[in-house]
Design a protein around this ligand. Structure first.
Ligand code: MG
Length: 259
């Protein structure tokens, strides 16, 4: 099922996508992720998907990102495979939704895209084991881990480079029923394919990441784990149109503009 958060009449609403329509739900996104029977939440209102203002599907307390998690990306960079995940955070203020604009900051001269699959946490998770990880996953989304590459190199640590407002486009939906271990993942820049891989090439699978991260920090409902980017990372310029996609989830589209 595809769960969506959208804006209508000045209000934020939750919906379920069926064909090309949104069926409005009474429940919040998090309530919807924690209940298998969504029929009881369905309202009598449905709207055609086109022209709907789609919001980022969750408002997390944090976005935990994994660096260098694709075998083919490590090969491209001539780097050894990491022994354990390298993680960093993006603040919730960096989040924007489908079709929102990424703002190119004046302090950077190289802003890169990174298409990633995002895990949406549905329940509070601390010290969980790989084998139970599924109980804490509400679904999956697409995330673009926008990075000011020059500042990342200059600073040596990543907070500034990863944290600008608008540097975490997320969406357009949460897919609740897919297999995360074999999904084509891609990115198109102005319609031209730049990244093209599959989540089966991840070094650390979704369940391993949950065990590793929840040992360090409590994951709250709505938190997002960005699972790393495949090869083909590159720069964007103001005016560019960026489409990041994961096979069963859909395509997250944004444009980049000058601040
Ligand atoms: Mg990344």
């Amino acid at each position: 099922m595809k769960i969506i958060r959208f804006q209508m009449d000045g209000k934020e609403k939750t919906g379920l996508i069926e064909d090309l329509n949104i069926i409005e739900l009474k429940s919040s996104v998090l309530e919807s992720l924690n209940d298998i029977n969504l029929d009881k939440f369905k309202k009598n209102s449905s709207y055609p998907l086109e022209n709907i203002k789609i919001k980022a599907p969750v408002s997390p307390s944090k976005v935990v990102c994994v660096g260098l998690n694709y075998q083919d990306h490590a090969a491209e960079l001539n780097m050894d495979l990491p022994q354990e995940p390298v993680i960093f955070l993006k603040p919730p203020t960096s989040i924007i939704g489908h079709q929102d604009s990424i703002i190119y900051p004046y302090s950077s001269h190289q802003v890169d895209y990174e298409a990633e699959m995002g895990i949406i946490i549905s329940k509070k998770a601390k010290n969980i084991k790989e084998k139970n990880a599924g109980e804490f996953i509400g679904g999956y989304t697409v995330l673009n881990d926008v990075t000011a590459r020059d500042l990342q190199k200059k600073d040596g640590q990543w907070t500034r480079a990863k944290s600008f407002d608008t540097f975490a486009p997320v969406g357009p939906v949460i897919e609740t029923e897919m297999d995360p271990h074999n999904q084509n993942i891609f990115l198109k820049l102005n319609g031209e394919i730049k990244q093209d891989s599959n989540t089966k090439k991840m070094i650390f699978a979704v369940e391993e990441l949950l065990e590793f991260i929840s040992h360090i920090m409590t994951l709250n409902p709505g938190d997002i784990i960005a699972t790393g980017t495949p090869p083909g990372v590159g720069s964007m310029q103001p005016g560019d149109r960026i489409e990041a996609g994961v096979e069963d989830i859909g395509v997250l589209e944004n444009q980049i503009i000058r601040s």
